[in-house]
Design a protein around this ligand. Structure first.
Ligand SMILES: Nc1nc2c(ncn2[C@@H]2O[C@H](COP(=O)(O)OP(=O)(O)OP(=O)(O)O)[C@@H](O)[C@H]2O)c(=O)[nH]1
Length: 454
C-alpha cells in the first residue's frame, strides 16, 4: 500500500512537470491522493478534512522554486504540515515541580499504561538520573498491581505496595507521602484501565488528579486503535488537563494515523512512542519520521530536499544546455556529477533515505564498494589533463598507463571508466537535457541500482 501511494504521487508529480505554480486545478488530484493516504493511514475523517484544507491554503499560488515541480513542492508542503501538526522538536517529560514530580498515567485498558509506566521509569533513571517510585492505583484487577511490581523491578525503579482492598485515592496519598519522605524525584502513578469510557472510573481519575496535582498527565493510547482513538482521546481530554501523549504499539503494522488524530483532538504534544513489549522499547517521539510513515514514503521528502540542496543548480542547467546544444557531455561534467553526489552525502546517505521498498533493493548493493569505485573514478579523471577530459578519444595507451599510475589504479580501471563514460555520453545525448535526477534515474536501470523516487 505504501508503495501504491508513492507510485501514485510519483505519477502525479510527473504529470505536473513543466507547470510553474500550484493552482486550484493542478492541485486537486494531488490533494485527493493525500486525503486517501491519510484515511488509509486511519486518520479520523474530521482531522483529515482540516488537514487537507490547511495544506491547500498553504499550497495555492505558491511559486515553485528551483528544480522542483508543483508535485514535488506539494509533497514538501504536506510533509511540513504533518510535522507541524504532530509537533516539531523534542518534547521530553516536564519535571519542573517541587520533588517528587508526580506523573499520572491515563488511558484505556490494554493501551499499555503499566508497561509504559515502567519504560518511563527506566528512561527517567537512565537519561535524567532520577530516583523513581511507581505505584498502581488499579484495585480492580489484582494482577495489575503484581504486573507493575515485576516491570518496575526490571526498570530498576522502586515500587510502592498497594492492594485491591484499598481506595485508589488512599493509595496515591500514601505513595506521595512515602516519596516525599524518601526523597524520590519522581512518582509515577499507574491507574485502573477502562475497557471503554466509564463514568465512575473517569470520576476516580479526576479525583486522583485533583489530589496529586501531577506535573504531567500522560494519555497512553494504542496506535493500532486508529480511528477509535479519537473518541477515547476526546473523553480523556474533557476529564483531564492532558499534558502529553504516549503512543504505544508503534511497532505494530498500523499506518500511525492515530498520532495525527490524537494530537489534533487533545492539543497535547506526543512525547513518546512505544516500540516493543520490552522495557527499553520507548522512544522519544519523532514527528518527522512519523510523517514519513503516514505518507508511506520513507524519507522520500528528505531525499528530494537533500538532492535539490546538494545540487549546484546553475551547473546542472549549464550541463543541460550543453547537452541540448549538442556540445557534448565530457569527463569534466562526469567529474562534476561525481562531486555533486559527494556533496549530497554520498551514496550510502542517499540510500538511507529511500523508502523501505527501495531500501530492500539497495541492501543488495555493496555501498562501500560502490563508494570506493566512485572515489577511484574521481582519482582517474583528476589525473587527466583538461584537454583529455574534454576529448577522451585522445588518450592513447602510454597516457592511460600514466593516468593509472597517477591515480594509483590498474590500467584496466582506466579502460573501464572510458567505456562507461562512452555509454553514458550516448545516454545523455538521447536524454536531450542533463540533470542529476535524470542521470540517477538512468543509473537506476544499471548494475542493480535501486530506482530513484521521481
Ligand atoms: N508490541 C508492543 N506491545 C506493547 C507495547 N506497550 C505495551 N504493549 C503490550 O500491550 C499489552 C497491554 O499492556 P499493559 O501495560 O498491560 O496495558 P495497561 O494499559 O496497563 O492495561 P491494564 O492494566 O489492563 O489497564 C501487554 O501485552 C504489553 O506487553 C508496545 O509499545 N509495543
Amino acid at each position: 500500500m505504501a508503495s501504491a501511494l508513492s507510485d501514485k504521487l510519483s505519477r502525479l508529480v510527473k504529470e505536473m512537470r513543466g507547470q510553474a505554480r500550484i493552482t486550484e486545478s493542478n492541485v486537486q488530484d494531488m490533494l485527493r491522493e493525500v486525503r486517501m493516504a491519510l484515511l488509509e493511514a486511519d486518520v479520523a475523517l474530521p482531522v483529515v478534512r482540516d488537514f487537507v484544507a490547511r495544506v491547500k491554503d498553504k499550497a495555492l499560488g505558491q511559486e515553485v522554486v528551483g528544480s522542483l515541480n508543483p508535485g514535488q513542492a506539494l509533497v514538501g508542503i504536506v510533509n511540513r504540515e504533518l510535522v507541524a501538526t504532530m509537533g516539531e522538536g523534542v518534547s521530553d517529560i516536564n519535571l519542573a515541580a517541587q520533588p517528587p514530580a508526580v506523573i499520572l498515567m491515563a488511558g484505556l485498558q490494554g493501551a499499555g499504561k503499566t508497561t509504559t509506566t515502567a519504560k518511563l521509569a527506566k528512561h527517567l533513571i537512565e537519561k535524567r538520573k532520577k530516583k523513581v517510585l511507581t505505584v498502581s492505583g488499579d484495585v480492580y484487577r489484582p494482577a495489575a498491581i503484581e504486573q507493575l511490581k515485576t516491570v518496575t523491578r526490571q526498570a530498576g525503579a522502586e515500587w510502592f505496595p498497594s492492594s485491591p482492598d484499598q481506595k485508589p485515592l488512599d493509595i496515591a496519598r500514601a505513595a506521595l507521602d512515602h516519596a516525599r519522605r524518601q526523597y524520590f524525584d519522581v512518582l509515577l502513578v499507574d491507574t485502573a484501565g477502562r475497557l471503554a469510557i466509564d463514568e465512575a472510573l473517569m470520576r476516580e481519575i479526576k479525583e486522583l488528579h485533583a489530589a496529586l496535582k501531577p506535573v504531567e498527565t500522560l494519555f497512553v493510547v494504542d496506535a493500532m486503535q486508529g480511528q477509535d482513538a479519537v473518541n477515547t482521546a476526546k473523553a480523556f481530554r474533557e476529564a483531564l488537563p492532558l499534558t502529553g501523549i504516549v503512543l504505544t504499539k508503534m511497532d505494530g503494522d498500523s499506518r500511525g494515523g492515530a498520532a495525527l488524530s490524537v494530537r489534533q483532538i487533545t492539543g497535547a504534544p506526543i512525547k513518546f512512542a512505544g516500540v516493543s513489549e520490552k522495557i527499553d522499547g520507548l522512544e522519544v517521539f519523532d514527528a518527522e519520521r512519523h510523517a514519513g510513515r503516514i505518507l508511506g514514503m520513507g524519507d522520500i521528502v528528505a531525499l528530494v530536499e537533500q538532492v535539490t540542496a546538494g545540487v549546484d543548480m546553475e551547473a546542472a542547467q549549464k550541463l543541460a544546455a550543453k547537452v541540448k546544444s549538442g556540445e557534448g557531455f565530457d569527463l569534466n561534467d562526469f567529474l562534476s556529477q561525481i562531486q555533486q553526489m559527494k556533496q549530497m552525502g554520498g551514496l550510502a546517505t542517499l540510500m538511507d533515505k529511500l523508502p523501505a521498498q527501495m531500501q530492500a533493493k539497495a541492501g543488495q548493493v555493496d555501498m562501500d564498494k560502490a563508494e570506493r569505485d566512485i572515489r577511484r573514478k574521481e582519482g582517474i579523471i583528476c589525473s587527466m589533463t583538461p584537454l583529455e577530459r574534454r576529448k577522451p578519444d585522445l588518450i592513447k595507451a602510454t597516457r592511460k598507463r600514466r593516468i593509472a599510475a597517477g591515480a594509483g589504479v590498474q590500467v584496466q580501471e582506466v579502460n573501464r571508466l572510458l567505456n562507461e563514460f562512452d555509454q553514458m555520453q550516448g545516454m545523455m545525448k538521447k536524454m536531450k537535457g542533463g540533470g542529476l535526477m535524470k542521470m540517477m534515474k538512468r543509473m537506476g536501470g544499471m548494475k542493480g541500482m535501486p530506482k530513484p523516487p521521481f
